[in-house]
Design a protein around this ligand. Structure first.
Ligand code: MN
Length: 428
């Protein structure tokens, strides 16, 4: 493991709120794009406690400073892992207790609450995978109780091309889509607002340097093309999906909006929370050689708790806090991130800095950890109960969905991803 002084749990920052901060202690240092006090263009920043440090104002290497002078992270992502690792070491020492740069940097700290966070990157392309095996099994069971997983699942990291234009940053409301709905009782569809609106709990992967068209990224080198991680809510209109998805897969049921968390947690910050990819059950096929790398199998998974919460208008009115709908973990991925990247480029398809990959819904095996309402309510059959006395089969207008990710391990400072949240607006 590549653990260094930046992971030292005893390391403290002169930014007091960072010490013991559940999400953004000095051991995390995630990157994002922000507008200070709602003024001016977006700036690249690093989260530290309750503050954001304006990266362009920090004494960093020339290439990093030049890349940070953009209103998006694409240029920083393109620099790759070498400069990013150097930047982390430098930032850690600049922000550590006793740093001689405190007086110079302090004026360039902005209270997060007073800032507007923007989409971290210009997303050229967005691809959504389906590597959450418990989700795939649960959804498959609805259609094929005896044989839920299709025969390709354990050979191919399944995915589809999503829509980059409608990805928005946390805090942006999502509009209930209209679309073609066809109930089983009816012979013909009607065009109406979605009645089965759902969320999907996913991990987002931000692509770094990427590859040229025609050149595959080998699985053993794939990690060096990952710039960082975030949370992704792949909002899904289940009724539109059920009618439209055959034979080409998801289309308008998925592309009306996707929400990402604003902070990009670097691979370095997640280093202490890497775990071996869980062994495949007896009888499962071994991955084909182009998807198999020993080092990736030994450390390619993440022990990262993933949570979904709901806050309804009635709960808000009663002053109640959000209610947890599910607690899952990024370990429940059948394929690693490196395998996703290697497979995506195996035919020569090019990935570019700022491209976004979704993991697919990550459900735990047990009912308390299902990453979508489709699973929690068994397709809307069994409503979930909320502490307000309400129930939900699917989402209603005004409901807010909040996703969180947090990594912790004995002997290390825990880190978090920050919220990925959005309120459902009524259909137009
Ligand atoms: Mn999805």
């Amino acid at each position: 493991m590549m653990i260094d002084a930046t992971h030292d749990p005893g390391l403290r920052s002169w930014v007091e709120s960072a010490n013991g901060h559940p999400d953004f202690p000095i051991q995390n240092l995630p990157l994002g794009v922000f507008i200070p006090q709602d003024r001016g263009p977006g700036r690249v920043g690093v989260a530290i406690g309750e503050y954001i440090l304006d990266l362009a104002m920090a004494p960093l290497a020339e290439d990093v400073r030049a890349a940070a002078a953009n209103p998006s992270l694409n240029a920083l992502f393109a620099l790759g892992e070498g400069p990013r690792k150097d930047m982390r070491v430098r930032l850690s020492s600049l922000l550590a207790e006793g740093s001689q740069h405190r007086a110079v940097l302090e004026p360039h700290l902005h209270l997060q609450e007073a800032c507007t966070l923007l989409l971290p990157a210009r997303i050229g392309d967005y691809t959504d995978f389906y590597v959450g095996i418990h989700h795939a099994t649960n959804v498959g069971k609805v259609f094929r109780p005896d044989n839920p997983l299709l025969p390709n699942y354990k050979h191919v990291p399944i995915g589809y091309h999503g829509r980059a234009s409608s990805v928005r940053v946390s805090g942006t409301p999502v509009r209930r889509p209209k679309g073609q709905l066809k109930s089983p009782e009816s012979d013909t569809p009607r065009f109406a607002p979605c009645e089965r609106l759902d969320y999907e709990l996913e991990m987002g992967v931000w692509i770094g340097p990427g590859n040229s068209l025609g050149d595959a990224i080998p699985v053993g080198k794939a990690d060096s093309h990952v710039a960082g991680f975030g949370l992704l809510n792949d909002w899904s209109a289940r009724d539109i999906q059920a009618w439209e998805y055959q034979p080409l897969g998801p289309f308008l049921a998925k592309n009306f909006g996707s929400t990402v968390s604003p902070w990009v947690v670097t691979p370095e910050a997640l280093e202490p929370f890497r775990v071996p990819q869980p062994a495949r059950p007896d009888g499962d096929p071994a991955p084909l050689p182009y998807l198999l790398d020993e080092a990736d199998q030994a450390r390619g998974a993440f022990d990262l708790a993933l949570e979904v919460l709901i806050l309804t208008p009635a709960m808000r009115e009663k002053g109640m806090g959000p209610h947890r709908l599910a607690l899952s973990n990024a370990r429940h991925m059948y394929w690693t991130v490196a395998q996703m990247v290697a497979h995506h480029t195996s035919n020569g398809c090019d990935l570019n800095p700022g491209d976004l990959l979704g993991s697919g819904t990550i459900s735990a095996p047990d009912a308390g950890g299902f990453g979508s309402l489709l699973e929690s309510t068994q397709g809307g059959k069994e409503p979930v109960s909320l502490p307000s006395g309400e129930t939900r089969r699917f989402l209603q207008d005004g409901d807010e969905i909040i996703m969180r990710g947090r990594a912790s391990r004995d002997g290390f400072a825990g880190i978090g991803f920050g919220d990925c949240r959005a309120v459902v607006l009524p259909a137009n």
